[in-house]
Design a binder for this molecule. Structure first.
Ligand code: RP5
Length: 156
């Protein structure tokens, strides 16, 4: 199965490439698109509507400002959608976060932290690992390495 990554603008790439790096490190296939809920709504719908039939497990959607992208993606698919609020030039990204998180009841989006693209990818992998033993083992190793780094950290 694959993960879809979509962002509203190339200006989001500096944040969103963090998700690609995580997926690559776990060997998870992905497709990356720049599509906007506002600037290219028809092309966004076209891309989203057959993702399930094309073998995708979830979609990660990153956008800033009036960040409606993840919500619009969720409107067009019943795949899990993970939103990444991207910090723009205003309000420290709080505008993006609030635009994503306050979805109407019935159309959920799982929203990570502002600029939290890496956690979005880890969450997507955890969804896949429910039924994929290989990914579950890789996630266990990832957690073990992370814990070891904390436990072996030294203070000056
Ligand atoms: C959003 O507007 C994009 O996701 C981006 O975060 C923000 C600014 O876009 P640009 O004006 O840089 O293209 O739709």
């Amino acid at each position: 199965m694959k993960i879809g990554i979509v962002m509203g603008s190339v200006s989001d790439w500096g944040v969103m490439k963090g998700a690609v790096e995580i997926l690559d490190s776990f060997g998870v296939e992905h497709e990356v698109k720049v599509l906007s809920a506002h600037r290219t709504p028809h092309q966004l719908e076209e891309w989203v509507k057959d993702l399930r039939q094309r073998g995708f497990a979830a979609v990660i959607a990153g956008a800033g400002g009036a960040a409606h992208l993840a919500g619009v993606v969720a409107a067009f698919t019943t795949l899990p959608v993970i939103g990444v609020p991207v910090k723009g030039n205003a309000f420290e990204g709080l505008d993006s976060l609030l635009s994503m998180v306050q979805m109407p009841s019935g159309i959920p989006v799982a929203v990570v932290a502002v600029n939290g693209a890496k956690n979005a990818a880890l969450l997507a992998i955890e969804f896949m690992a429910i039924t994929d033993e290989n990914l579950k083992n890789k996630m266990d190793s990832f957690r073990a390495v992370q814990a070891e780094k904390v436990l072996s950290s030294k203070l000056d």
